[in-house]
Write a protein that binds this ligand. Structure first.
Ligand code: TXA
Ligand code: MG
Length: 508
């Protein structure tokens, strides 16, 4: 009897190759640049299968022959790289056909189990549509979701407890690091909570960025955060809670507006600054009489706080002034040695930090643009002032001057890579320099001599936010002379993206 082997079942379009709609010939099949390396790594431990819904056949948009030809050609391209796909499983039926092989039905997984002796309980499914990871559920396999292909488009439909990844190589790295997938997250959260309880540091995912957490009620523990990040003590921290009921112990009073915002946006990327209670140590708030509190949407963040049994103070898990982390690997790069535990639950969905809103004065003031935009807030509590969007050195918030000490996050230089970054109105001026990396929010219209990161295909602002920091970090490792990018629309989360690229940029 052969030992049962685990497998990785991969979606095709948007996962291994670019999603270009219904493709009829093999030259339309473009492998993602990291597919080869990711598959090579995975096949050292897993059998590889491709499972794809190809309803274009039933719709008459592609023929069985077209499909066969594309797969045969892809298979031989992969073989020439030493990659062996055990079987190419295609569902050619239409959405409403009621066939048994259409994802999320695990039909092909069961076929693979029977025919190739696959151990489904140790297997994984990877894809860029919510039905991909769902295919894993009924048979005890584990599903990972990619933000490539259609990943951003369908992200809203994906349950919060599903892990997401920027790329196939990131998903592959997670699988190889955590083959015991079922136990890993729970065990890691348990260890993270234990570390927090004994005054240590745990890095954890939130929907915005990874945080570096400590027991918010233990001043010695909180001091370790400042030491690890080289963060000056004048910059106060956000306190994270697991449920709304935990807010009361941290604050002195709860204004009506705060209550409305909590109801509307918690859990979520909105931080409220309120008068603090005596329970909050001064080191958390930099001696201020106010405290910033938020309840994250990420379910593992909330579970960590719950299990630790205490609110958790956490800034973004990066060195002070540098680019925030949206993956656990980012955390490891800068703070690996200072964390007792790093909980690795994939990429952050929002990708830029929470909105910080002060409710301590007569008017609500946005101190930092973020995951919840001004209009959303105004729909709930009426007019608010923006302290950052027009923060051009004079630091005007409406007609009033916003004192820098109000929120040190308003510091002009922040989120910066080591390579100088410039925000240009016209990036084409950098086209001929091979040592300039370019971050674009739409498909390039011209060729660039240097590396290009297209982080949203058609100026889709949520993609721009989700991918921004990872793109900056990738370019920052390439020994470039400079990085250039351009502003996006100030609508919605675009205000936060513009704020971050401006603060990350080198001041001339
Ligand atoms: O999305 C986020 O908010 C992430 C994740 C980890 O939750 N956290 C984060 O923390 O971005 P940090 O420390 O990088 O940024 C906290 C911001 C800073 O701009 C700080 O000045 C401001 O919140 N802040 C904290 N307490 C404040 C207070 N009492 N008054 C005014 N601003 C405050
Ligand atoms: Mg796909």
């Amino acid at each position: 009897m052969m030992e049962k082997r685990p497998a990785v079942f991969l979606d095709r379009d948007g996962t291994i190759i670019e999603d270009r709609g219904y493709i009829t010939s093999s030259h339309e099949a473009v492998l993602y640049p990291d597919s080869i390396e990711a598959l090579k790594q995975l096949q050292q431990r897993y059998r590889l299968f491709v499972i794809s819904n190809q309803s274009g056949v039933a719709k008459g948009l592609i023929s069985e022959e077209n499909l066969e030809a594309v797969n045969t050609d892809l298979d031989s391209r992969l073989r020439s790289e030493g990659i062996r796909i055990t079987a190419w499983y295609m569902c050619t039926h239409d959405t409403g056909d009621g066939c048994i092989c259409r994802k999320p039905n695990p039909y092909f997984l069961l076929e693979a189990e029977k025919k190739f002796g696959i151990d489904l309980k140790r297997s994984f499914v990877i894809g860029d549509h919510p039905h991909d990871p769902e295919t894993a559920d009924d048979v005890g396999a584990f599903g990972l979701y990619l933000l490539t292909g259609h990943g951003m488009k369908h992200l809203q439909e994906l349950p919060e407890n599903r892990m997401v990844f920027h790329s196939l190589s990131d998903a592959a790295a997670w699988i190889l690091a955590h083959p015991e997938h079922k136990q890993y997250l729970q065990k890691s959260i348990r260890e993270g909570a234990a570390a927090v309880m004994r005054g240590g540091l745990t890095a954890f995912p939130t929907e915005t960025v990874y945080g570096l957490g400590a027991d918010a009620l233990n001043p010695d523990a909180v001091k370790k955060i400042f030491a690890a990040k080289h963060r000056p003590f004048f910059d106060p921290l956000i306190v994270h809670i697991a449920e709304k009921g935990q807010l009361r112990q941290l604050i002195k009073e709860l204004p009506e507006k705060a209550l409305q915002l909590v109801d509307a946006f918690w859990p979520g990327p909105l931080t409220l600054v309120l008068p603090k209670s005596d329970a909050v140590p001064d080191v958390v708030t930099a001696g201020k009489s106010t405290v910033a509190v938020r309840m994250p949407l990420n379910p593992w963040a909330r579970q960590l706080i719950q299990e630790a049994g205490t609110p958790i103070a956490a800034p973004s898990a990066n060195l002070f002034g540098r680019t925030s982390p949206t993956t656990a690997a980012h955390v490891k790069e800068q703070l690996g040695s200072s964390c007792d535990v790093i909980i690795d639950a994939g990429a952050c969905r929002v990708g830029v930090e929470s909105t910080v809103l002060s409710l301590t004065g007569p008017e609500a003031v946005i101190l930092r643009a973020g995951g919840i935009d001004k209009r959303q807030i105004e729909a709930v509590i009426g007019p608010v002032k923006a302290g950052t969007a027009d923060n051009d050195g004079s630091r005007q918030a409406g007609s009033e001057r916003v004192d820098i000490s109000m929120s040190p996050g308003l510091l002009d230089s922040h989120y910066a890579p080591q390579t100088p970054l410039f925000v240009l109105d016209d990036v084409t001026e950098a086209a001929e320099d091979p040592e300039t990396g370019v971050i674009l929010f739409e498909e390039p219209k011209i060729e660039f001599a240097g590396p290009v990161e297209v982080i949203s295909r058609n100026a889709d602002l949520s993609s721009a936010a989700t991918n921004l920091y990872a793109a900056i970090r990738r370019l920052d490792t390439m020994q470039l002379r400079r990085i250039v990018t351009h502003p996006v629309s100030d609508e919605g989360i675009g205000a936060a993206v513009n704020d971050r690229i401006r603060k990350a940029s080198t001041k001339q």
